[in-house]
Design a protein around this ligand. Sequence first.
Ligand SMILES: NC(=O)c1ccc[n+]([C@@H]2O[C@H](COP(=O)([O-])OP(=O)(O)OC[C@H]3O[C@@H](n4cnc5c(N)ncnc54)[C@H](O)[C@@H]3O)[C@@H](O)[C@H]2O)c1
Length: 388
Amino acid sequence: MVATVMETRRIGIIMNGVTGRMGTNQHLIRSIKAIRDQGGLKVGNDLIIMPDPILTGRNHDKLKALAERTGITRYTTDIDAALANPDDEIFFDASGTLQRAGFVEKAVKAGKAIYCEKPTAVETSEALRLAKLCEDAGLKNGVVQDKLWLTGLRKFKLLRDQGFFGKILSVRGEFGYWVFTGEDADQPLQRPSWNYRKEDGGGIIVDMLCHWRYVVDHLFGPIKAVSCMGATHIPTRMDESGKPYECTTDDACYATFELENGVICQFNSSWTVRVRRDDLLTMQVDGTHGSAIVGLRKCWVQSLGTTPRPVWNPDIDQPIDFFGGWQEVPDTTTYDNAFKIQWEEFLKHVVCDAPFPYTLREGAKGVQLAELGLKSWEQRKWLNVDPL
Ligand SMILES: NC(=O)c1ccc[n+]([C@@H]2O[C@H](COP(=O)([O-])OP(=O)(O)OC[C@H]3O[C@@H](n4cnc5c(N)ncnc54)[C@H](O)[C@@H]3O)[C@@H](O)[C@H]2O)c1
C-alpha cells in the first residue's frame, strides 16, 4: 500500500475592516479562525489549505486586541504594505460599503484574488465597474452570499428538489426585528448607526434587497419585475457615542417581486417590527402539493394531504391548531456556519480552481435590485429587472 502524503498549502489572506461586526464575528472568528482551529480545510486525500490571515484596519489598538483575542499574529494599519506582500494572495473586505470600491481597486492593482462583503456598491454601474476591474485583470473574485448556506434554506431546497411542493405559487418573506433607538438608557442600540444614514451607505433596501436577489434567484427563479415601498418609520436615533442623529434613509421596506416563472414573492424587511414568528427571517412558500415555513435553521412543512380544512366562523374560538399541523424537517447531515462554508468554497476556488459562481458580477445583480427598489419607491411604480 502506498501512503499518500498530505501537502499543507498556506494561503495568505488580507482581512480588511475586520474589527467591525461582520468582520470579527462571522468572517474572522466563525470562518477563518474556525478553519484554522479544525486543522485547515481538507481537500481530497492529499491537500490541506491553511488560511494565514493578516488583519488590516485604521486603529492599531483595536487590531492588536482582536489579534490577541483570536490568536492571530499578523496585523497592520499599513494596508499598502500588506497589499505589496506577494505571499498574501487573497484580499477580503468587510469595511463599510462606501469604502469598498477604493479598497477593491487597490487590491486589484496588487493582483490579489478579491472576496468581499455585500453590497459591493450602492449603484449598479459602480458594482459592475468593480466586477469588470477584476475580470479584466483576470482575478478570481467573489461576494458574500451567506444566506444560501443557512440550514433552513438548505432543508427547503432538499424538499423542493424532491418535488414536495408541486408547482410553487408564492413566497412571503418576513425579515427583521426591533432595533433599539439608543434613546432608552437600558436598551442600547444593537446595530451600527451608519445603517440609518444614507450618506454612510445605510438603508434597509440597499442592505436586504441584495440578499433577496440571490435567495430568490437560487430558490424560486429569476426576478422579472419589482415593486417596492420604503419608509423611514423612526426619524431620529442615538449613535454609538449617545449623540442624537437624523435617520436619513429607510428602516423598513415592503417589496414584491414577480418572477419569470409566474411565482409572486413578497418580502417585508424591517428594523421597526417586533417578532411574533418562528425566526428573525421566515419565508412561507406555498405550492400546489405542499407548503414550507423556512427559518434560519429550521424548516417546517405541510403537505396537501395533511392540510386542514378551515371554515370561517368568528363566533367561536379557532378549533384548529394551525401550528400543530406542520412537520419539522429533521437534520440529515451536519450544518456548518454559512459564512464558513462560503469561505471554504472560495478557498478551494483560489487554490484548486474549483467553480465559484458567486462573483462580483453576480453580486452586482443584488445592487441592481436594490437600486430598482429605491427607484420604484420614488416613482411609485413597477420596474422591470433587465438582465445585466
Ligand atoms: N452578509 C451579511 O449578512 C451582512 C450583514 C451585515 C453587514 N454586512 C455588510 O458588511 C459590511 C460591514 O458591516 P458591519 O455591520 O460589520 O459594520 P461595522 O460598522 O460594524 O464595521 C465596519 C468596519 O469597517 C471599518 N472601516 C470603516 N471605514 C474604514 C476604512 N476607511 N478603512 C478601514 N476600515 C474601515 C470600521 O472601522 C469597522 O471595523 C457592510 O458593507 C455591510 O453591508 C453584511
